[in-house]
Design a protein around this ligand. Structure first.
Ligand SMILES: [Zn+2]
Ligand SMILES: [Zn+2]
Length: 132
């Protein structure tokens, strides 16, 4: 499997296969970042099982309010090109390569889920932006 050779774009550690909401993802044991392929992201954002409380939503939104704009763009794990720092709804910043996937920190996956759960228009907008 070529998947086993994926390395973290931040720490250069080999990524461990993992799953999130039943979708295959790759996790870095060093920084707890996740490589989520475009198809897995589609699965995660359309999963309905998780119901967030108001407090959890607020927590997720607060968590990503910090500005990581000083970071260098990370390289896509599928094609090696620099990913795009995308601003999602003004608060969540993710590195994404449309059609390939996104590099997300643990809190960011949850934040995207919360945003996608708020309403369907947001979900569709996210899926389109991420190239799912
Ligand atoms: Zn890492
Ligand atoms: Zn790519």
């Amino acid at each position: 499997m070529s998947d086993s050779s994926l390395v973290c774009p931040r720490c250069r550690l080999s990524l461990d296969p993992d799953s999130y909401e039943g979708a295959p993802v790759h996790r870095c044991a060093g920084c707890w970042g996740y490589w989520v392929s475009a198809s897995s992201l589609g699965t995660i954002l359309t999963a309905q099982e998780e119901v967030f409380s108001k407090a959890e939503r607020q927590q997720a939104m607060d968590r990503v309010a910090e500005d990581p704009s000083s970071e260098e763009p990370l390289a896509c794990l599928a094609c090696g090109r620099s990913m795009i720092k995308r601003v999602v709804l003004g608060s969540v910043l993710v590195d994404a390569c449309p059609g390939h996937g996104a590099w997300l920190d643990t809190g960011e996956i949850k934040s995207l889920q919360v945003l996608a759960e708020i309403d369907d228009a947001v979900r569709r907008w996210l899926l389109e932006k991420m190239g799912c």
